[in-house]
Design a binder for this molecule. Structure first.
Ligand code: NZQ
Ligand code: ZN
Length: 390
């Protein structure tokens, strides 16, 4: 490893099918006023809401609620939540849901005590909070984003056709604790399960496909990818398989909690392309990534050939004997494509509602990143979108 870095991850994790009971250990650390934040109702159907409320009551908390946080949470919903949290004098924001709910709680956290418009401040100017933040705790019900152990928050502004993620540098934004019970993920629809699996895979790739040094982070990344591919195949056929779902949940956390980014420049271009698609179509995050991945990787493969070759051999078991590097690397992407199809991922942006008329706008909405193997020009970004329509 040639990079210089610091590493600190303050989130305390409780993992396993008995993990919710540890909410009893965490709640006494915070004041009386809790805001319980959740999505569109899945936690009421599967009983998690009742379990959490019982624990809040047993701990004597005064609880307000922000319900109806939508997938790809919007700026309007953020404004609403900030008012509720302010009015309730929140001591703790307890997010119970997937990445959307957890991200949203972080965005509320940095906005309650700070002045100014949170969209402009955090998602346009990318400022850090100069004010007090409200602690966030998370009970995770959907696996993929890594939001449970990172400082990222993604908010969508539909009116402006922008979906923007801010990974805060401030460690206070990371959840103070996260409760990870794989059983809670068993009620996810297949579509969400595989979208989450692909989100995990993409997070690992975004960090793996950068740099040329011999870096321990890349070996960890390969191990995570192999474990994910293995468990995803089991979960795809047998979604109720606890062991596979449990492995997937743990992999998701380590895929995006800053560990495998250490010593790396990191790429994130698949996410920039996918987020533009999300801004225009409101499609499920993991599917937007799946739909743009192959056109993008096929475009940058020549620039990152040694790493794509290594990916083929170490992750997909491609036999390199008697083949040139390019052929090996391409076999790796073909293996990736077979796996994606096996999981029934969405493989083009047309199926997510994108149209040829959107290409200009999608290109405008895509931030160009500089940490990967190739910095894309505007024309190349449009080309990836055009290829992704097919
Ligand atoms: O809203 P409810 O009714 O709860 O339903 C949700 C939602 O419709 C449902 N769901 C969640 N848990 C369930 C369940 N349904 C049945 N049983 C359960 N146990 O699943 C749907 C999707 O939930 P959501 O939270 O939107 O999914 P995900 O975890 O993929 O989060 C997506 C958001 O996170 C952002 C994405 O851009 C997107 O806005 N990301 C956050 C990142 C971060 N913080 O670092 C990084 C990621 O790259 C990503 O950008
Ligand atoms: Zn993602």
């Amino acid at each position: 490893m040639l990079g210089n870095f610091s590493y600190c991850n303050p989130t305390k994790l409780y993992f396993g099918d008995d993990s919710l009971k540890y909410l009893n250990a965490e709640l006494p650390k915070y004041g009386k006023n809790v805001v319980l934040i959740y999505g569109g109702g899945s936690i009421k159907k599967n009983g998690i809401y009742d379990e959490v409320v019982k624990i809040l009551e047993a701990n004597g908390k005064n609880t307000a609620e922000i319900a109806g946080v939508m997938p790809n949470p919007t700026v309007e919903k953020l404004y609403e939540g900030v008012e509720i949290a302010r009015g309730h004098k929140a001591d703790l924001l307890l997010a119970v849901g997937g990445g959307s709910v957890c991200d949203y709680a972080k965005a509320v956290s940095v906005s309650v005590h700070c002045g100014g418009d949170p969209w402009e401040k955090y998602f346009v100017r990318f400022e850090e909070p100069e004010c007090e933040t409200v602690p966030v705790g998370c009970v995770l019900t959907m696996v993929g984003t890594g939001s449970e152990m990172n400082a990222g928050a993604v908010i969508t502004n539909r009116a402006a056709n922008r979906k923007i993620g801010h990974v805060f540098a401030d460690e206070r934004i990371m959840p103070r604790f996260s409760i990870l019970n794989p059983k809670y993920t068993l009620t996810l629809p297949h579509y969400q399960m595989v979208a989450g699996i692909y989100d995990i895979f993409s997070h690992i790739c975004e960090q793996y496909f950068s740099g040329e040094d011999d870096n321990t982070s890349d070996y960890i990344a390969e191990g995570l990818m192999r474990s994910l591919i293995h468990s995803s195949r089991i979960a795809n056929k047998d979604p109720q398989n606890y062991q596979a779902r449990s492995n997937i949940m743990w992999t998701a956390t380590w895929a995006l909690n800053t560990l495998i980014a250490k010593g790396k420049t990191t790429d994130w271009m698949v996410h920039m392309l996918g987020q533009a698609v999300g801004a225009y179509t409101d499609a499920t995050h993991g599917m937007t990534l799946a739909a743009v991945t192959l056109p993008y990787y096929r475009m940058i493969l020549p620039a990152g050939l040694p790493k794509f070759r290594r990916f083929a051999v170490n992750v997909w078991n491609v036999d390199p004997a008697g083949k040139d590097d390019r052929a090996v690397a391409e076999e790796g992407l073909a293996a990736l494509e077979r796996w994606m199809r096996e999981l029934s991922l969405v493989m083009n942006i047309s199926d997510l509602g994108a149209t040829p008329g959107m290409i200009e706008g999608l290109t405008d909405a895509t931030l160009s990143m500089k940490g990967g193997y190739k910095v894309l020009s505007r024309r190349e970004i449009s080309e990836v979108f055009r290829e992704s329509l097919k």
